[in-house]
Design a protein around this ligand. Structure first.
Ligand SMILES: Nc1ncnc2c1ncn2[C@@H]1O[C@H](COP(=O)(O)OP(=O)(O)O)[C@@H](O)[C@H]1O
Ligand SMILES: [Mg+2]
Length: 428
């Protein structure tokens, strides 16, 4: 297969030198079992690259199991990865396979590998070197024939230097590295990718794209895209939905870009910038912020439903129905047995805990809710996410007389997160 055919088949758009090199590397490594490390900021295309490598390989007939090492709670990551024996910990009613066993014959994609706890890193090194591992609570050695693709948006060497990542694992992973540069460093890819998304969403939402002005085009190219291709996709979707069948000029586009800040990780929600008063003609909250709020809400909803699914999956695989019923209501009202029906306990599938895949039902549900949310906000002044969060925290603490455990439970966050937020907002 040549480069162009591969790009078409996997929907990898781009003509930049960087994309060409990425695609060439995909072709070089996919026929082998060599471990590959994908490095790049969030939203640059690590997932699609991993999938392309897997599906071009002879392991294609088996699964690619996608594990987000940063999203699995520390207490269960070992059993998620390597499985456990019946009775190995409270609630382990059945023996269960881990992701490595599930990926046997296929590929495991360890996303956000830099966030793996150190005690697990030793075990990963072992599997990488010999394919051997132990289930939790067992001294029997298992082996799995698995190809490993890892990804990180961090500089792993920095993590090694600061002591949170093992040097031996670093060298083991660093043999073949594919660097995916941020979108702002390959500006010639922006317009082609944007066109692709706009075309896709126009047909999805039954809308006609009327094109965009030269100035709008320049703005797309000069914008920093902290969220990379993922952000570009979101902007394209919003333009298609909220500016339905309108010609996109610079001002229309600006609304969806302006004021977006880049807070640390690109995975963070966007917040409203209050720092550039010149941009805000009246000093008031302008209606143009609706787009930003909308996007934040879409992302928040998706995140929350992912979290709820993880919670459901964890609880149902760990506790009995009776124990689950006895859980505090703040927990139980957040779990839906349907999230795990059909694949609970030892047969969870790829769409559950720590394994991300696009869930279309979540997207559809979001669309409906967004309508409602938009209605709700149509004539109101909108607080920033931070203000809203701060307000909710204050309310929860007031209601529970300052009891942080209860407040965090009601808010559906961990106590640790609540402490961090209190600190962040300077609350007592
Ligand atoms: N070169 C590209 N061409 C087309 N779509 C892309 C490209 N790179 C990324 N995408 C899309 O952008 C979104 C984010 O990509 P993803 O692979 O999930 O990024 P990452 O894993 O690095 O965060 C996905 O919808 C993906 O399909
Ligand atoms: Mg990813």
């Amino acid at each position: 297969m040549d480069r162009q055919a591969l790009q078409e088949r996997y929907g990898i758009i781009g003509e930049s030198e960087a994309i060409k090199q990425v695609v060439d590397k995909i072709m070089q490594v996919s026929g082998t079992d060599i471990t590959v490390l994908l490095q790049g900021e969030s939203g640059v295309g690590k997932d699609i690259t991993a999938r392309a490598i897997h599906s071009l390989s002879k392991r294609d007939r088996k699964n690619i199991v996608i594990v987000n090492c940063g999203a699995i709670p520390e207490g269960i990551i070992e059993s998620e990865l390597f499985g456990h024996e019946k009775g190995s910990f409270t609630g382990a009613h059945e023996a269960r396979k881990g992701y490595f066993e599930k990926a046997d014959g296929g590929t495991i994609f360890l996303d956000e590998i830099g966030d793996t706890p150190k005690n697990i890193q030793v075990k990963l090194l072992r599997v990488l070197e010999s394919g051997e591992f132990f289930r939790v609570g067992s001294s029997k050695m298992y082996t799995a024939d698995v190809r490993v693709i890892a990804a990180t948006n961090k500089d792993l060497w920095e993590l090694v230097k600061e002591g949170s990542f093992r040097e031996d694992l670093y060298y083991r992973l660093d043999t073949v590295k594919i660097k995916l540069p941020p979108l702002r460093d390959r500006k010639e890819d922006i317009i082609p990718i944007f066109r692709k998304f706009v075309t896709e969403f126009s047909s999805k939402y039954d809308s006609v794209f009327q094109g965009f002005s030269d100035e709008a085009k320049e703005l797309l190219i000069s914008y920093r895209w902290p969220g990379n291709v993922r952000e570009l996709r979101n902007v394209a979707e919003q333009l298609v939905v909220l500016e339905k069948s309108q010609f996109i000029d610079k001002d229309r586009l600006q609304k969806y870009l302006k004021g977006r800040q880049h807070l640390g990780s690109t995975d963070n929600l966007p917040v409203l910038s209050r720092k550039d008063p010149e941009d805000e003609p009246s000093g008031q909250q302008s209606s143009t912020d609706t787009g930003i709020i909308y996007r934040a809400l879409v992302e928040m909803r998706t995140d929350i439903s992912d979290v709820k699914k993880m919670l459901a999956k964890f609880l149902y695989s760990t506790f009995s129905e009776k124990e689950i019923k006895a859980l505090p209501s703040a927990v139980s009202r957040n779990i839906d047995p349907n999230d795990i029906s059909g694949h609970i306990r030892d047969q969870m599938d790829d769409s559950s805990l720590g394994i991300r895949s696009v869930d279309t039902t979540v997207e559809e549900e979001n669309e409906e809710e967004i309508d409602e949310i938009e209605q709700f906000f149509a004539d109101k002044e909108i607080p920033s996410i931070e203000e809203a969060e701060k307000f909710l925290i204050e309310q929860a603490l007031k209601r529970f007389d300052g009891n942080r455990r209860k407040a965090s439970e009601a808010l559906g966050v961990s106590e640790r997160t609540l402490y961090r937020k209190l600190d962040q907002y300077g609350l007592q």
